[in-house]
Ligand binder design. Structure first.
Ligand code: NAG
Ligand code: ZN
Ligand code: ZN
Length: 427
């Protein structure tokens, strides 16, 4: 019975895998109403993941890589996408095979990959392959986002391979071999250094600037530069309890160029100073906590009466809106500078499993330091009453501060002592 159930489940899973290959949206892990940006982003992620250079000897990864490129090609072009939406996978494939109306095709998945990440479609482990510089960016993150976790987006000016000319620099996307240097990028130049003496020198080709390639018409979008800087969104996920200064790596997401494999982008998350309105829409007190590692710190102010007589409460609204109750019963004294340790009310302690059915997030401590404020002024009636009370007990059973302090009964200065001794001798 159980066995059969397992078998049925197995078949079902298999059927899903086969089906997934037959829908471009599923290949990219997207819904049918995905935006252009989502399609691009899915391609970027999946093509890196399944790139054969990263999965040596894994033919299923290779197939996936090809599939992802095919799906991207089909869905990234508006015309092609709407055709695909109308006629579906099988008919679409058929038309493409016949060279029909399938939109512009690039066919080589590595070529497509290089339009995103440069470097001829491979990851920098090919001999002689250049790698672009890594880049570090700092992003200010509010304490509450470190506490609650959040996915946020920011933009930076990234050098991108020009989409218009696909990194060729040519308006017609056609690159010609430089005739002047025969595609070598260098020329041998004969020079007469003395009558009858000729030497050959290697020089960079002046026609193609050493690239070995020329174009007829410059691409208007990038002015023939092949790349352009554009505001580019990056989505970062701040996990609960991540450290201040944590560095998140985005593989091959630094500046692009057809001449290199894009380097890595590192995003450093630093805690920013809270701003009253912007960063605290829920008006939580916790925004003003100070963080040290997994612990939080808070300063609370008490009046003399509260510090001395007790019977007070405070309700701190924590960073996620829950309330932390502070307080003392009547008769419980709080000394100025005293620190309460409240276990479990600090920062979430970061764990890669986060908070799930399998893992429960633990928290650091919250330290509350008490400050006692004495009043500058009092109502005169109150002042009188308090004065009388203190007068009444002043003489009686007050603490002898002098005795308590352990200081000497009578202070005798050394000079006075010497003087006294001299006086004694004279007598
Ligand atoms: C804090 O909350 C408790 C219970 O919800 C309430 O009794 C108390 O009055 C509150 N204290 C302050 C200062 O608001
Ligand atoms: Zn040349
Ligand atoms: Zn261009």
């Amino acid at each position: 019975m159980w066995f059969r159930k397992g078998l049925v489940l197995g078949l079902f899973a298999l059927a899903q895998i086969v089906l997934a290959g037959e829908d471009y949206y599923k290949v990219l892990g997207l819904r049918k109403d995905a935006t252009e940006r989502q399609i691009k982003s899915a391609y970027r992620q999946l093509s890196k993941k399944f790139h054969p250079d990263k999965n040596p000897g894994d033919s299923s990864a290779h197939d996936k890589f090809v599939q992802v490129a095919e799906a991207y090609e089909a869905l990234s072009d508006t015309e092609s996408r709407s055709l695909y939406d109308q006629i579906g996978y099988d008919a679409f494939k058929q038309r493409k095979a016949q060279g029909g109306n399938g939109g512009p095709g690039h066919h080589d998945p590595f070529d497509l990959f290089s339009r995103f990440f440069g470097g001829g479609g491979h990851f920098g482990n090919q001999p002689g392959q250049r790698r672009g510089p890594n880049l570090e960016l700092k992003v200010g993150i509010a304490l509450r986002d470190f506490y609650n976790g959040k996915t946020t987006e920011f933009q930076w000016d990234k050098q991108q391979i020009c989409e218009e000319c696909e990194g060729t620099g040519a308006a017609d996307k056609v690159v010609h071999k430089c005739h002047s240097c025969n595609g070598q990028g260098i020329k041998l130049v004969r020079q007469q250094i003395a009558p009858g003496m000729v030497t050959q020198m290697q020089m960079q080709c002046d026609v193609c600037g050493g690239r070995g390639k020329t174009i007829k018409h410059k691409c208007k979008a990038c002015n023939g530069e092949r790349v352009a800087r554009k505001p580019t969104p990056v989505s970062v996920t701040i996990q609960r309890g991540m450290a201040d200064g944590v560095k998140i790596a985005f593989e091959n997401e630094a500046d692009e160029s057809p001449d290199w494999v894009a380097g890595d982008l590192y995003v450093t998350l630093v805690e920013k100073e809270p701003k009253l309105d912007e960063d605290n829409p829920d008006k939580v007190d916790g925004v003003f906590f100070r963080r040290k590692g997994d612990d939080l710190y808070w300063k609370e102010v008490l009046s003399v009466r509260e510090a001395w007589m007790g019977d007070w409460t405070r309700n701190l609204t924590h960073l996620d809106g829950h309330v932390v109750h502070l307080g003392r019963k009547r008769g419980e004294v709080v000394q100025p500078g005293h620190v309460d340790t409240i276990a479990g009310e600090g920062m979430p302690i970061w764990d890669e499993d986060g908070d799930s059915v399998y893992h429960k997030t633990k928290f650091g401590n919250l330290y509350v330091e008490y400050n006692v404020i004495l009043p500058d002024q009092m109502e005169s009636g109150m002042e009188k009453e308090l004065w009388q009370i203190f007068q009444k007990y002043r003489a009686k059973n007050g603490v002898d501060l002098h005795k308590d302090s352990g200081r000497p009964e009578k202070v005798v200065l050394k000079e006075d002592q010497d003087a006294a001794e001299r006086e004694h001798e004279e007598l």
